[in-house]
Design a protein around this ligand. Structure first.
Ligand SMILES: [Zn+2]
Length: 270
């Protein structure tokens, strides 16, 4: 944990430095402000925006369970439950990438989260595999290789290179731009890892984990360059026991409790 914290701290420091650089050049260009009166009341703490992404939908059912459960039914039920619990804390505004049984292309889900200024992206799924004995939850982050490929592809596009994560880099020389982008990607990757580890430790115990619970893969929904993103496979619909549990309201309530606790734990580490 201390290693991850250190990396996260390092990422924060570096990116704060990059943001400071942008902010200071913006200030230099702006006219000197008139003397400001201090606000009478301290500002209300800002709510964090969390993007929850119920996997699949519409013409795409996702995995189909041994007893006929569609993955898209489980993911929307769980996302709505987690959203309700997060919003009940008063600390979060939740942005759902879909509210009903509709098909949303994967890049659109990422675009929605970025347009809504989400600080975290959590995609919910239930897995399926040929070996029906395999069960348990797992958490995915984008693989380093995929991140590098994606960063390289992004960097190739001039527009993307100028404007990443809502920050306009175009005023900076090319070399500075690439350093700033690299710092942003590293910060996102470190925080995604932090979130994945938080999910694993929060769910471990009441829920059966898949071995090597935190995994990496090249999922399209995890590719926001500036939003820490994880994909949670809540179990295997190809396993009869997992399928039965994922359909139980009691199990869904318990799992959504833990998922919302994990998200809260990411923003407010102990
Ligand atoms: Zn899925």
């Amino acid at each position: 944990m201390s290693f991850i914290n250190r990396r996260r701290f390092l990422g924060r420091t570096l990116v704060t430095g990059a943001a400071g650089l942008i902010a200071s050049s913006a200030i230099a260009a702006a006219p000197a402000p008139a003397t400001k009166a201090k606000p009478a009341h301290p500002a209300k703490p800002k709510r964090q925006i969390v993007a929850l992404d119920p996997g699949h939908g519409g013409k795409d059912p996702g995995a189909i369970g041994a007893r006929g459960t569609y993955e898209k039914w489980i993911t929307i039920a769980m996302a709505q439950e987690v959203a309700r619990k997060l919003e009940a804390t008063g600390r979060y505004d939740v942005l759902l990438t879909r509210h009903e049984d509709v098909f949303i292309p994967l890049p659109d889900r990422v675009r929605l989260a970025r347009a809504g200024n989400a600080a975290l992206f959590v995609s919910l799924h239930a897995d399926s595999i040929a070996n029906h004995n395999i069960r348990g939850f797992s958490v995915y982050t984008l693989s380093d290789e995929a991140s590098d490929d994606f960063a390289a592809a992004l960097a190739k596009k001039e527009n993307a290179a100028d404007r990443i994560g809502g920050v306009d880099f175009s005023r900076h020389p090319k070399e500075v731009r690439s350093i700033l982008m690299d710092l942003m990607h590293r910060e996102t990757a470190n925080n995604s890892t932090m979130m994945a580890e938080t999910v694993v430790s929060t769910l471990h115990g009441p829920f059966e984990p898949l071995e090597h619970t935190h995994r990496q893969a090249n999922f399209a929904v995890l590719r926001a360059p500036d939003i820490p993103s994880v994909l949670v496979e809540m179990g295997f619909l190809s396993n009869i026991d997992d399928e039965k549990l994922l359909n139980q309201p009691k199990f869904q309530a318990k799992l959504s409790d833990r998922l919302s606790t994990a998200i809260d734990g990411y923003f407010r580490p102990a």
